[in-house]
Design a protein around this ligand. Structure first.
Ligand SMILES: Cc1ncc(CN)c(N)n1
Length: 220
């Protein structure tokens, strides 16, 4: 494992406690199904993925990174995990009664702006920023399950287990590519990449949190 990947891992390791403190994650851990946050999360995530996936495809192509898992990751728009959450929400409520916010929420806008800005700084910074998406879910799901915070029987277990598998594998493929590319760029660009990754991790945490902050179709 190269230095860059070790630094990336260090960033995520340090951020983990703040994910464990996140109200959205805490509700999942308790197995508490909150329909409104779940449906708002799905809506915002569709907005996010519509923008994320073409950018991700562009950068992977520019680096000629084409593993099977990465190709599949680009294609599936997280339909399966969204369906899992949708089913859970329907179990606890008549979803027609839930008002989903149809605007872009702040963390969605902020995160996508950040990806755009990182893209302007070149492929390496862009790939580092984009890596936050699979990395955070893969890492978080693995830690929650390994730490015994997310156990079979919890209604969200399948959701985290899905990401442990898919995003976990994507992360491994991406890290191998990032490590190789990190050797070819200057120290300054590596630093910019690391900062961009750090910011993506913060946005991932805010992205979960914002779904808890809407009530009756309005941002609280
Ligand atoms: C915002 C966000 N980040 C990560 C993932 C998981 N690939 C996602 N679906 N949405």
């Amino acid at each position: 494992m190269g230095t860059y990947v070790k630094q990336i891992e260090g960033v995520m390791k340090e951020a983990l406690p703040s994910f464990y403190e996140n109200d959205f994650i805490k509700a999942c851990e308790r197995g508490e199904i909150l329909a409104e946050p779940l449906l708002n999360y799905i809506y915002q995530d569709n907005i996010y993925l519509d923008h994320f996936l073409p950018m991700f495809t562009k950068v992977l192509k520019s680096y000629k990174i084409e593993t099977e898992t990465l190709l599949q990751f680009q294609g599936d728009q997280d339909t399966e995990p969204h369906q899992m959450m949708d089913i859970l929400a329907k179990e606890v409520t008549d979803i027609n009664q839930v008002q989903v916010v149809k605007d872009w929420l702040p963390a969605t806008t902020g995160y996508l702006n950040h990806l755009d800005e990182s893209d302007k700084k070149g492929n390496f910074v862009s790939l580092s920023a984009l890596a936050g998406c699979p990395y955070v879910y893969g890492y978080l799901a693995e830690r929650l399950i390994e730490d015994g915070k997310m156990k079979p029987g919890n209604p969200f277990f399948e959701w985290f287990d899905f990401y442990k598998g898919t995003d976990g594998q994507v992360t491994r493929d991406l890290l191998a590519a990032l490590d190789k590319e990190a050797e070819k760029v200057s120290e300054d660009v590596r630093q910019q990449g690391l900062t961009a990754f750090y910011q993506s991790v913060q946005f991932e945490n805010d992205f979960f949190a914002q779904a808890m902050e809407v009530q009756d179709g309005k941002k609280r």
